[in-house]
Design a protein around this ligand. Structure first.
Ligand code: AMP
Length: 557
């Protein structure tokens, strides 16, 4: 016997309808490329998203067809998030930090009919236009007076386009499994692969992130969305913000420490989200410019969601000390919408000392309802959740991808529905996940594994270390040994020995890096992740001082 409940499909258009109907007065604040600030409300987002839906239809984009965006976090991008998807078309958010060839690959591969772009990417658009012959037009996301002076076919002005469109639009109702957005993974090898989200997966993911043990996003929150809207739907937060009616602050391209601090202060932000590296510049700014009392008085921050890479302990500590804010570490990937696990506390953790709590917060957290996680050995047998044994992490659930767009490379999916993440991890008896490495980054020393993430965490706690990366480098006896690559904080003359001494006692002796090298900067991918492939190439010829020719004299490090 079936239940007698209504079959209302889960559609993104209902999120913006809800935000307008129940939180219409709540503000959305957008920092634009030209430095101006645009303030409006969810009520206005709703009206302009409907104009977008009409305009996109008027351009001849049929339901299911794709349009691309190359844009910062601004109100216009937000309008595409709701207007394009609500109309039934699919929004492909392209990362403007990629190389021109990768951008045109994504636009062509997604068969996008139009490209919406922020004027700061005009040069990129001019460069790729010829390589994207099937794009019918390019829409500059600005007013008429700010139109870029570029010679490309079908150049249109966003404000004119939507001004001419009606605000009346009846969102079509369709199957919730229809596609809504398309994001490409920033793979370091081969072409990017498309992850195609559905209305259903997006709405369910929003429910998940709004729960108390998700990010607890509520109507009272003011969210500073540092994580870019061109990467995995900005962790789904624009949709979760509409679901909960939170105030949304969009920083545009202004992501340096001073601007982030200014926005946190001026917009009374209670929660912000981003990858670990962006917070380093915030700390740098406040350490030099804002004293403890002012910081505490001026800001309202209670939570910071850190993900995309492991949240270093020092980031967790500094948010607590400087702002009284709790770092929620989250783990996920493009293929998981992205949030799959979230690190929040259990009842038994209420009495932890601050130090013990910080240790716990360095874990990637527990599976959200709806997501299953498990680790497997090389023979695909499940590994016990003992917190000690590492293996390949797999996930499954209603917001986990079931295939790549156009079915390219299905090797990550097993017959049982599990998706192999490519991360190496362990899970403890309480269900907390600890990612130790990407499988290709793991350091194999003397038949055992060393976690580069753990080593980086300890190195980053050294006061003179700005950034740290650990890679495995060939060693004639141990197969591989860890090499620590460090960017010093300006004005420090810390030595390799100082750093090794600092790390001694904080990690197992045989994990200690065999060498430390100092560099000016570390290579990052377009999504802010350390590019260890580049580092491994650069240091492939590195010879450790421990790698003696007289191997018989060596004992285990
Ligand atoms: P992407 O699909 O570009 O978002 O990258 C996903 C990958 O980022 C994951 O497979 C992990 O290797 C890494 N990652 C994401 N969040 C975390 C985290 N909290 N800790 C460690 N690694 C993470």
């Amino acid at each position: 016997m079936n239940g007698l409940m209504q079959q209302r499909q889960l559609l993104i258009s209902d999120l913006i309808e809800h935000a307008c109907a129940h939180h219409g007065e709540r503000e959305v604040v957008s920092h634009l490329v030209d430095g101006s600030v645009y303030r409006y409300t969810w009520h206005d987002v709703h009206a302009r998203a409907k104009r977008v839906a009409n305009a996109v239809g008027g351009l001849g984009v049929a339901p299911g067809e794709r349009v691309s965006s190359l844009a910062w976090n601004t109100h216009r991008h937000l309008e595409l998030y709701f207007g394009v998807t609500g109309s039934g078309a699919v929004l492909t958010t392209v990362n403007p930090r990629l190389f021109a060839e990768q951008i045109s690959y994504i636009i062509n591969h997604s068969e996008s009919r139009y490209v919406f772009f922020d004027t700061s990417f005009s040069a990129t658009v001019e460069e790729i236009a010829k390589a994207c012959p099937n794009v019918q037009g390019f829409i500059a996301m600005c007013g008429r007076d700010q139109m870029p002076d570029i010679a490309i076919r079908g150049l249109r002005c966003y404000e004119e386009l939507i001004e001419a469109a009606d605000t009346k639009f009846d969102w079509p109702r369709f199957d919730e499994n229809r596609a809504s957005t398309l994001c490409y993974t920033s793979g370091t090898t081969g072409n990017p692969k498309g992850v195609l989200y559905s209305h259903r997966s997006t709405v369910l993911h929003s429910f998940g992130t709004c729960t108390a043990d998700g990010f607890a996003i509520a109507a009272r929150d003011s969210i500073l969305l540092v994580v870019p809207m061109f990467h995995v739907n900005a962790w789904g937060v624009p949709y979760a913000a509409a679901m909960s009616g939170a105030k949304l602050v969009l920083p545009g391209p202004w992501l340096d420490g001073e601007n982030i601090y200014r926005m946190l202060r001026n917009e009374r932000c209670t929660i912000t989200l981003g990858v670990p590296t962006v917070w380093l510049s915030l700390f740098d700014y406040v350490e030099k410019n804002v004293d403890d009392t002012r910081r505490r008085e001026e800001t309202q921050l209670t939570r910071v969601v850190v993900g995309g890479s492991a949240a270093p302990r020092i980031v967790i500590e500094k948010f607590e000390r400087y702002f009284g804010a709790f770092v929620i570490q989250a783990w996920g990937m493009s293929e998981t919408s992205p949030v799959a696990t979230v690190c929040t506390l259990l009842a038994k953790h209420q009495s932890l000392t601050l130090d013990q709590r910080f240790d716990l917060q360095t874990l990637q957290g527990r599976a959200m309802y709806g997501v299953e996680i498990a680790v497997f050995d090389d023979d695909l047998r499940r590994i016990p959740h003992d917190g000690k044994t590492a293996g390949q992490l797999k996930v499954r659930g209603p917001w986990i991808a079931s295939a790549y767009y156009k079915n390219e490379d299905d090797s990550a999916w097993g017959a049982d529905g599990w998706f192999a993440t490519g991360d190496v991890a362990m899970i403890d008896p309480d269900g907390y996940l600890r990612i130790t490495d990407r499988s290709k980054d793991v350091i194999k020393s003397g038949g055992e594994w060393i976690s580069s993430i753990d080593l980086e965490n300890v190195a980053l706690s050294h006061p003179a270390v700005q950034e740290a990366a650990v890679i495995g480098v060939a060693h004639s006896r141990w197969q591989e040994r860890p090499l620590l690559v460090v960017v010093k904080k300006p004005g420090n003359n810390v030595t390799s020995e100082d750093i090794i001494e600092f790390m001694r006692g904080r990690i197992a002796k045989w994990w200690l890096p065999d060498d430390v090298v100092f560099v000016e900067s570390l290579p990052h991918s377009a999504t802010g992740k350390l590019q260890k492939v580049v580092l491994r190439q650069k240091f492939s010829g590195h010879r450790f001082s421990t790698d003696l020719s007289d191997l018989t004299s060596m004992s285990r490090p």
